[in-house]
Design a protein around this ligand. Structure first.
Ligand SMILES: [Zn+2]
Length: 299
């Protein structure tokens, strides 16, 4: 009898631990097909590896981002590139059919963002800051901010059930200073998945090997051979993710001092003051990569 009791007790205990550690659900909303990969591709790879559910959404179809093709031809090419990037990261990638360069913070687009967040049952939503240089980035940030409270209001879009718990909203990093610079509240070590992040960026051929080099006047630097151009891509862009002095104290907070020497590349995020305001324990539950292997944090 005692053995039976112990069996049921251990069964219930393991069940409740599983329930407390349900996989985190992450939604990244960028303006263009490749923005999510740039800002959060490493984080997405880490979550996917941990069995969490990650979705990237591009608010526009990217049909302006090229020097020689445009319209539907470019939009369908970029849709395929995004799908391939999603496949490489092990995540879902959705591209909305809004024109590139023309995104506006309309009520219709706000409703779309509310539906996306609710349907994904997101614990974390990541987007652009609203002082970014590109109007599509800014308005994507505005649309997500405008949805941040509304996702919990049942009478808004009552056909899509409101979320009981407000997600945590985060901003991807940028270098813009006015009216306020980016603040790295959360810094994630992406060193183990750097190549995977770049494999995702490599899928956006029309961007990383064609459009961005053309608009940046370095198209002559891009090798034609696929293996050589991937090496060039890593060499050219990896320094943007190199660990910085401002990230080190934050890394130490989340990972501990012992981990610091091994951290070479990072992605950083700022906590938005709308949505849920997580305490330290909640952040550790939402970011299982901060924990040493085998540790469990309960809700
Ligand atoms: Zn963009």
């Amino acid at each position: 009898m005692r053995k039976l009791f112990l069996f049921f007790f251990s069964f219930l205990l393991s069940f409740s631990l599983l329930a407390q550690n349900t996989p985190v659900r992450v939604l990244v909303i960028g303006a263009h097909p490749d923005d999510c990969d740039e800002g959060a591709g490493g984080l997405a790879a880490l979550y996917a590896k941990a069995g969490c559910a990650v979705k990237f959404v591009s608010m526009t179809n990217g049909d302006k981002g090229h020097q020689s093709i445009s319209g539907g031809v470019l939009a369908s090419r970029r849709m395929e590139e995004a799908r391939e990037a999603g496949r490489r990261l092990g995540i879902v990638y959705e591209v909305l059919d809004n024109h590139d360069g023309e995104l506006m913070p309309t009520l219709e687009n706000r409703f779309t963002v509310i539906r996306l967040i609710r349907e994904w049952k997101a614990d974390i939503v990541i987007t652009h800051r609203t002082n970014d240089y590109h109007p599509d980035h800014r308005y994507t940030g505005i649309l997500v901010q405008d949805a941040a409270y509304m996702v919990t209001v049942p009478n808004i879009l009552s056909g899509t059930p409101a979320l009981h718990d407000n997600p945590v909203f985060l901003y991807m990093s940028d270098h813009f200073q006015r009216p306020n610079p980016f603040r790295p509240d959360i810094v994630v070590d992406i060193t183990p998945v750097l190549e995977k992040k770049f494999r995702a960026l490599d899928a956006h051929v029309s961007q990383v090997y064609e459009w961005l080099p053309w608009i940046g006047h370095y198209e002559k630097d891009v090798p034609a051979d696929p293996a050589r151009r991937f090496n060039w891509l890593m060499k050219h862009y990896a320094p943007y993710y190199a660990v910085s002095e401002t990230h080190k104290p934050v890394l130490e907070k989340w990972y501990g001092r012992d981990r610091l020497p091994a951290v070479k590349y990072t992605e950083a995020f700022e906590i938005c003051e709308y949505g849920a305001q997580p305490d330290e324990q909640q952040i550790r539950r939402l970011f299982p990569m901060f924990l040493p292997a085998g540790k469990v944090i309960n809700r």
